[in-house]
Ligand binder design. Sequence first.
Ligand SMILES: C[S@@+](CC[C@H](N)C(=O)[O-])C[C@H]1O[C@@H](n2cnc3c(N)ncnc32)[C@H](O)[C@@H]1O
Length: 178
Amino acid sequence: MKQNYIHKMIEFGLLAKAGKVLDLGCGKGADSILLAQKGYEVTAVDIKKQSFEDPKIAFIQSAIESFDIKKNTYAAIIARNVLPFVNDKNKVERILKVMTEGLTEEGCMFLTVFGVKDDWFGKEHMSFFAEAEIDLIVSKLPIKVFEKNAMEGFGLTMSKDIKYWNVFSYICTKKVIR
Ligand SMILES: C[S@@+](CC[C@H](N)C(=O)[O-])C[C@H]1O[C@@H](n2cnc3c(N)ncnc32)[C@H](O)[C@@H]1O
């Protein structure tokens, strides 16, 4: 299940029991909808217009590069499969820093980037990272990595084509985990 990381954040006590959550590049909102069902007040951001029925989801149409993430505001910030669509790696690094600043003191975040073995590697308007490169960027953030996964293999795209995926994902937390 794609939302495993949300269950993991809850199971390991990384996610505050209530509060605001920011879903960057929400798409159709699988993550936003689940989090709203769990009672969080969700702000869902996407460059393309999306609509949600759940009153706990506030949709804002914006590029994540220009969305103003207010400091010390969110119990969780999610950037699942959206950072690869920001073509400037310096911008990706800046967004990650602003994401960490947007978390409350005990906040947690989830992010994915695509690796250089991904089938889409070399596509214009996208960014791809070598594993060591993204590890270094994440290690410099003022946040701890709770879990990192390196995934590669064939799988479906959102338009149901098959491609080779190479995805690095990180669950990060500001909380001290004993
Ligand atoms: C692969 S989908 C991921 C959707 C969702 N996060 C998920 O994991 O199911 C990527 C989404 O990012 C959005 N997107 C692409 N570039 C963006 C940008 N610069 N700012 C905000 N959203 C963007 C697309 O419109 C699309 O909805």
